[in-house]
Design a protein around this ligand. Structure first.
Ligand code: 2OX
Length: 478
C-alpha cells in the first residue's frame, strides 16, 4: 500500500500543471516546455489579420473515395465516405486500384474557384492528401499520386493557380496519418516501430517541403490525422514542422491540430496555451454562445459538413439529415459572432463536377452573402449579451444584429453595457430606419415590420458611449 502511494506521488510530480488558457502563469508555476506554445496571445501580423478577416472559406474533400462514393462490394456504408477504406477493411492494393479509374473529365479548376467565390468564400481549403494516402499533386515521394492515374494533371497546381487568379487564398489540408504508407504506426511499441515511424516522419516532412516549394503562394497548412499515440510521442516533430513551414513560407498560418507538446498534450500545451496560430477543434460543432466565451481570447476556425458527417462524395445523401442554406448561414454567423472563421465543406464527384444539391446550396449562401457580407468579413465578437433572435457581430464601431429567429411580436431586445446608447438602427440592405425605444435602463426594443421578412436579415446599429446615464429608470423599493 505504502509503495503504491509513493508511486502515485512520484507520478504526480510529472503531471503537468493546468491553468486558464492564455492567462500568464507566474514563471515558477509554469511547466517548462521545449515544444509548447510560441506566444501567449493572438498573432497580430498582416497575414494573421487577413486569415481572420476572410472569415468564410470552403473545404474541398477530393480523393479516390469519390469513385466508390460510400459503396464497396455492393454494400453502401453510411459512415463518412472518405473513411470507406477503413469501414470496408479494403487492403491498400485494392484501394489503390481505384487510381486506374481516376479520370475527372469534367474537372475545371476555374469553375471550382468561381463557385467558391460566388458563395462568398474568401479562401479554400484543399485536401492535398487525405488518410487514404492518395496525393492530388505529383509527389516524388509516393507512387500513389495523380501522376500515376489516367488524369496525370497536377490538380493542386491547377487549383492553386485558378484560386489565386480569382483572388482566393489557398489553404492546404494535409493528413499526417497515412493508411497506405508501410512505415506508418499508430503507436510505437517496439524498436522496429520506432525505426519505421522515424522513416515515416522523414517522408512526411519531405512531402510538406515539396508542397511548400511547389506552391509558395499557399497561405495555410491545416493538419489532420494527428491524434495517434505515435505522433503524441513525437511532439518535438510537430513543433519542428511548424517552424520549418514558417521559415519556408513567411506569414503562413498553422492549425492547432498539428501540435503536441513535450508531454503529448494536444492543441493547448501543458500550461494551457494555444499551440499553432488558431484553434481547430470545432469540427461539425460550435462553441456555446453563452458558456464558451473563452474562445474569444484566441483565433479559431470551425468546419462543417452539409450532411451530418460526409466530407468526401457519398452517393446517398438520404442516409442523414442535409442542412438547409439558412442553417448553414446560422452556423457561419454563429462562428463569426464568437470571433471565429467558418469553413463549409464540399465533396466533389469523381468526374470533377459538383452534385446538384451542393451547387444550389452554394448559390443560395452566395446570394445572401452578397447582400449581407458586411456582417461577416472583418467582423468579430461584439461583447454584447446573446439574445434569442440571433447573433451580434462587430467591425470596429459598427455593430450588426443578424436576425435568424424573429419573434411574433416583432420586438427585438438589445441589452447594452452601461454608458452605451443606440443612436440609430437601420436595416443593412435598404437602410430603412427602425423605431427603437429604451424599455429599461440600457435595454431597448427595436420594432420590425414582421410581414416583410422572408429570410435572415441584418440590422446595423449606430451607438455612442458616454458617461451620462438616463435618469428615467428606477428600481422599485420592495
Ligand atoms: C473521428 C473519430 C475518430 C478519429 C477520427 C475521426 N475523424 C477524422 N473524424 N473526421 C475526421 C476527418 N476530419 C475531417 C476534417 C475530415 O477530413 C474527416 O475525414
Amino acid at each position: 500500500m505504502k509503495r503504491i502511494l509513493l508511486l502515485a506521488f512520484a507520478f504526480m510530480a510529472f503531471v503537468p500543471l493546468r491553468a486558464q488558457p492564455n492567462k500568464p502563469l507566474p514563471a515558477d508555476m509554469a511547466t517548462p516546455l521545449e515544444y509548447g506554445a510560441e506566444r501567449l496571445g493572438k498573432r497580430q501580423d498582416p497575414d494573421m489579420q487577413r486569415f481572420r478577416d476572410n472569415r468564410l472559406g470552403v473545404f474541398w474533400h477530393w480523393g479516390l473515395y469519390a469513385i466508390p462514393g460510400g459503396e464497396w462490394d455492393g454494400k453502401v456504408y453510411p459512415g463518412a465516405a472518405e473513411w470507406l477504406k477503413a469501414w470496408a477493411h479494403v487492403p491498400t492494393p485494392d484501394w489503390m486500384a481505384l487510381m486506374e479509374h481516376w479520370n475527372p473529365t469534367r474537372f475545371n479548376a476555374r469553375s471550382w474557384a468561381r463557385m467558391a467565390k460566388n458563395m462568398g468564400a474568401r479562401y479554400v481549403k484543399i485536401t492535398t492528401k487525405h488518410h487514404e494516402g492518395f496525393c492530388l499533386w505529383p509527389s516524388a515521394y509516393s507512387s500513389y499520386t495523380v501522376a500515376q492515374t489516367p488524369c496525370k494533371k497536377d490538380l493542386i497546381g491547377e487549383l492553386v493557380k485558378a484560386c489565386n487568379e480569382e483572388g482566393l487564398d489557398v489553404h492546404f489540408y494535409f493528413s499526417v496519418m497515412d493508411w497506405s504508407h508501410p512505415d506508418y504506426r499508430s503507436d510505437i511499441k517496439t524498436k522496429e516501430d520506432e525505426e519505421a515511424f522515424s522513416r515515416f516522419l522523414e517522408f512526411t516532412e519531405n512531402q510538406l517541403k515539396e508542397l511548400a516549394t511547389r506552391y509558395p503562394t499557399v497561405k495555410d497548412f491545416w493538419f489532420d490525422g494527428t491524434w495517434d499515440a505515435s505522433i503524441k510521442k513525437n511532439g518535438w516533430w510537430t513543433a519542428h514542422v511548424e517552424k520549418m513551414l514558417k521559415e519556408m513560407i513567411p506569414g503562413v498560418t498553422i492549425n492547432s491540430r498539428l501540435r503536441a507538446d513535450d508531454y503529448g498534450k494536444r492543441h493547448f500545451d501543458s500550461n494551457g496555451y494555444l499551440m499553432g496560430d488558431y484553434e481547430s477543434g470545432y469540427e461539425r460543432r460550435l462553441p456555446d454562445p453563452v458558456k464558451d466565451l473563452k474562445v474569444t481570447r484566441w483565433d479559431w476556425e470551425a468546419c462543417m459538413t452539409i450532411p451530418e458527417n460526409q466530407w468526401g462524395y457519398h452517393k446517398d445523401w438520404s442516409l442523414s439529415y442535409v442542412k438547409t442554406p439558412v442553417e448553414i448561414l446560422d452556423r457561419i454567423v454563429h462562428a463569426v459572432s464568437m470571433g471565429g472563421n467558418m469553413v463549409v465543406n464540399f465533396g466533389p464527384q469523381a468526374d470533377g463536377d459538383f452534385r446538384a444539391e451542393e451547387k444550389s446550396i452554394s448559390e443560395a449562401i452566395g446570394k445572401w452573402m452578397k447582400k449581407n457580407g458586411a456582417c461577416i468579413y472583418g467582423c468579430g465578437y461584439a461583447g454584447l449579451d446573446k439574445q434569442d433572435w440571433g447573433y451580434y457581430t462587430r467591425n470596429g464601431s459598427q455593430i450588426y444584429m443578424v436576425v435568424f429567429n424573429l419573434p411574433f411580436s416583432g420586438q427585438l431586445t438589445v441589452k447594452l453595457p452601461k454608458g452605451m446608447q443606440i443612436l440609430r438602427a437601420e436595416t443593412l440592405v435598404d437602410q430603412e430606419d427602425l423605431r427603437f425605444v429604451e424599455t429599461e435602463r440600457n435595454t431597448y426594443n427595436i420594432s420590425i415590420p414582421v410581414k416583410k421578412v422572408t429570410e435572415p436579415f441584418v440590422i446595423r446599429l449606430e451607438t455612442v458611449s458616454s458617461q451620462k446615464e438616463g435618469k428615467q429608470f428606477r428600481e422599485a423599493l420592495t
